[in-house]
Design a protein around this ligand. Structure first.
Ligand SMILES: [Ca+2]
Length: 460
């Protein structure tokens, strides 16, 4: 009875493997950190490079606006429409919830009508510049995966800079300059992202694309184009992510370019809609932003596939015996070799570069109080909750199964008597690889594999 079942499973496994070869993109997700595989030595863990899914990062940020009193409404103020200086009935009052425009309204759920937005005081101190910094802080390294999009409720500013920090706001670098006239504002030649090449991808440009006149009432967004930059390596529809991953892996500058801890929008000059500022109607000039989109993922150095928001902070749930907010170091007792980030290469599963025990072959001291206590970051051979040692075996410190006398193998899956008698082929024959006791585990492996079939909807 056993033989046909073995053949059937082998055929199933072969077809699963074959199918997966046709879906390399699904593997390119890097969404699994480890899986159990069956080798001649029994069940062992196979470790892979892994990363959390991309998500809406605006749910996890702290926003600050500087100068602090620049938000409108304290004292209450009225505004004129930019298009019509005689329509001055828009009111802002910080004390009245319906008329207040606090910074949080840049990150609330959009889709309601009318839109909700943050708004600055108007340009009452003209000709002194109306300067506002909006800083978004994650207190965590984040890798951007999609365009940053700022949607204005006012006219788009005539001059602004988007900046980034990689050291929690200590130092700042420009990401992109925006102006109606780049030469005049920043003495930079105007460019667009389409002018960039693989060799100039890291160049900081000034663009006039997003600052054109307020008359285009529906041109409300200012964009920092992440995907167009990815496309320089991955192709126009990002179909060749392997090429991008390969570049990210080998070029630290490129990786760092898309990595941030903070973003800062520096608003330098509001929309005026004309060459002259109308000094009699300064209530026309202000900034208002209804929405800011930032998509990204926690940077976990390819050592975690999830990131949790706990105590107001994002933290990677580190695997591969690593620890720290970015899985940036080896755990205690796992410093057998220097820490190293995981690698996207070779495509598609990458290299985990796990931390290994300080003393290879850790001394296991069975300790009654620690039996079955799961250390969630540790590489587990067995687990009393999920992957129970079989045939009466007991899991010791998640590191090995203590088998009863009749069984052997990593999970006590091999009948000892049969192997001694030569009846079940012995542990080295390979026949035991599909013994009935190991079938549930093989099915688990198949099940895990099948979860990787999901289609890629956007950059992973
Ligand atoms: Ca809003």
């Amino acid at each position: 009875m056993r033989f046909p079942l073995v053949l059937m499973l082998q055929a199933l496994w072969a077809s699963v493997c074959q199918t997966m070869q046709h879906y390399p993109a699904a593997w390119g997700h890097y969404d699994v950190c480890k899986s159990q595989v069956y080798t001649d030595d029994g069940l062992t863990w196979d470790y892979m490079a892994c990363q959390p899914e991309a998500m809406d990062m605006t749910k996890y940020l702290k926003v600050s606006v500087d100068p602090p009193n620049i938000t409108c409404g304290d004292p209450p103020e009225t505004y004129c429409a930019l298009e019509n200086p005689y329509m001055c009935n828009n009111e802002c009052d910080a004390q009245n919830e319906d008329l207040a425009h606090p910074p949080e309204l840049m990150f609330d759920f959009e889709g309601r009508n009318p839109t909700t937005f943050w708004q600055s005081s108007s340009w009452k101190k003209y000709p002194k510049p109306l300067l506002v910094n909006i800083t978004l802080s994650w207190n965590k390294t984040v890798e951007l995966t999609d365009d940053i999009v700022v949607t204005f409720e006012s006219g788009r500013p005539e001059q602004m800079v988007l900046e980034k920090s990689l050291d929690y706001g200590k130092t700042w670098q420009p990401y992109q300059f925006y102006a109606t006239d780049c030469l005049d504002a920043f003495t930079m030649e105007p460019k667009t992202v389409q002018d960039l090449t693989q060799h100039t991808l890291l160049d900081i440009i000034c663009t006039e694309e997003y600052s054109r006149g307020y008359v285009w009432k529906y041109d409300k967004t200012v964009r920092f184009e992440i995907k167009d930059r990815f496309a320089l390596f991955a192709g126009p529809r990002l179909h060749n992510m392997a090429s991008l991953y390969g570049q990210l892996d080998t070029t630290k500058n490129l990786r760092d370019f898309f990595t941030i801890t903070d973003l800062r929008v520096r608003l330098l000059r509001p929309a005026t809609g004309a060459t002259m500022v109308d000094e009699n109607n300064l209530s026309r000039y202000f900034y208002a932003i209804s929405d800011i989109k930032v998509q990204g993922r926690c940077k976990c150095n390819l050592h975690a596939n999830s990131c949790v928001f706990d105590k107001e902070k994002l933290n990677c749930e580190c695997e591969h015996n690593t620890t720290g907010p970015d899985c940036g170091r080896c755990k205690r007792n796992y410093q057998g070799r220097a820490w190293s980030a995981g690698s996207y290469l070779p495509i598609p599963k990458g290299t985990a570069n796990t931390c290994i025990p300080s003393n290879v072959g850790p001394v296991i001291r069975p300790n009654v109080s620690s039996l079955g206590v799961a250390n969630r970051n540790q590489a587990r051979v067995c687990d009393n909750e999920l992957l129970r040692c079989q045939n009466g075996g007991v899991c010791l410190n998640n590191l090995r199964c203590q088998c009863t006398s009749a069984f052997t193998g990593l999970l006590c899956e091999k009948p000892r008597c049969e192997s001694e008698l030569g009846g079940c082929g012995g542990p080295d024959s390979g026949q035991t690889a599909l013994s009935p006791a190991s079938l549930p585990t093989l099915l688990l492996v198949l099940l895990l594999g099948s979860t990787l079939f999901r289609e890629v909807s956007y950059w992973p």
